[in-house]
Design a binder for this molecule. Structure first.
Ligand code: SF4
Length: 379
């Protein structure tokens, strides 16, 4: 029986951060009640047969789900319970922003069974937070973590960003140390990337902002690897470090290509055969569901070659690497040839053994390039 997860996308934020590429809306509070009706309708309309899945994770992301009223979430959870077997869920995450998760709300979320909080810390440096147009300061971070602990959360993740213009290695390491001192169970470190359609993209294009170069970027990353390792955190994925037993099981579903349900505008799901994506527009999402239609923008069957390439792309991200036994048989020879062909170029950065191909910690720096080189060309 495959293990599986459920993702729910809540798109509301109080501001749109200048670098953010997720589908979010600001200043649309009026639409919140209609959105929740549509979300529940989407859950009710789901026709996927999940009878042989073991659903063990739920992840409510966004957006800023911590802005949601608990009674709205309660109805969503009830709709999920009416439809799916949630008795195996052990990890139930909600994303929260510092300063936007008051104690009464966090307590109510915890009472609903949410047992993991993922906090968008990003930085503890006031100037950098301002540059990123975050609407919180370092004090709100400390306060939100304290409130989370007080209200019963024993599993907390902090998201951090490196590679920010104006960030020095010293500032980055100090941020890491300060966050480690706050005692989270899990830390995710992401490089600031310039995504089309964001304000950051415009600034970089207009040469108003210069991003750190590749070498500086690699130094930030390696600083995170060393600092986290020295603090007893295990790097189990390219951007994720956790204490033992606290790895994010939901994200592991994505990397292991397990099935997962997905609800909400722009949400992506996988039923074990097809990948699907919902419309990336709140009004269209609400309209389609109002007409009794699933809000799909795209759906396609994952072919063997897609699956092979996804296994390479995701597998190289995780510490356990690619399980070569699971590569579709029709492509296994091509993958083995590809590994051999790339041996002289990348052989120092990966380890092949026990039917697994894993990157070394140094190899993680080049994971994307190595994956592209190993992938099978799509005819
Ligand atoms: S708060 Fe998070 S989801 Fe919302 S705009 Fe900022 S980065 Fe994006």
């Amino acid at each position: 029986m495959p293990k599986a997860g459920i993702y729910i996308h809540i798109p509301f934020c109080t501001v749109k951060c200048m670098y953010c590429d997720f589908y979010t809306v600001a200043d649309k509070e009026d639409a919140i009640p209609t959105f929740f009706k549509a979300l529940i309708k989407e859950i009710e309309l789901c026709k996927l047969d999940t009878s042989d899945w073991i659903i063990d994770t739920i992840f409510i992301g966004g957006g800023t789900p911590s802005l949601t009223q608990p009674d709205q979430l309660e109805k969503v959870i009830q709709a999920l319970k009416n439809k799916f077997n949630l008795s195996n869920v052990t990890e139930f995450t909600l994303e929260a922003n510092p300063g936007e998760a008051p104690a009464a709300r966090l307590k109510a979320f915890h009472d609903l069974g949410i047992n993991r909080l993922s906090i968008g810390v990003q930085s503890l440096e006031p100037d950098l937070l301002q540059f990123l147009t975050r609407n919180h300061g370092p004090d709100e971070v400390i306060q939100t973590i304290e409130i989370a602990r007080m209200t019963g959360f024993e599993n907390i993740n902090c998201d951090l960003i490196f590679n920010i213009p104006g960030q020095s290695l010293e500032i980055w390491q100090r941020d890491l140390m300060r966050v480690l001192d706050m005692g989270p169970e899990h830390i995710s470190c992401y490089s600031l990337t310039v995504e089309e359609g964001t304000k950051l993209y415009q600034y970089v294009n207009r040469k108003e902002v210069t991003m750190p170069n590749e070498d500086q970027s690699a130094e930030f990353y390696q600083c995170a690897q060393t600092t986290m390792q020295e603090s007893g955190f295990e790097q189990y994925e390219i951007s994720n470090w956790g204490k033992p037993e606290k790895y994010c099981q939901h994200n592991i579903h994505y990397w292991e290509i397990d099935p997962y349900l997905a609800f909400g505008p722009s949400a992506h799901g996988y039923d074990g055969v097809h990948r699907f994506a919902n419309v990336r527009n709140l009004d269209s999402y609400i309209k389609m569901l109002g007409e009794g239609e699933l809000p799909r923008q795209d759906i396609y069957e994952l072919s063997d070659i897609d699956r092979t390439n996804e296994m390479i792309g995701f597998g190289l991200r995780i510490k356990n690497g690619i399980n070569l036994n699971q590569i579709p048989k029709s492509y296994l020879n091509m993958v083995n040839e590809s590994i051999e062909r790339n041996q002289s170029k990348w052989g120092d950065y990966y380890i092949l053994g026990g039917n697994r191909l894993k990157l070394t910690p140094q190899g993680f720096v080049f994971a994307d390039t190595i994956a592209v080189d190993l992938m099978i060309p799509v005819p």
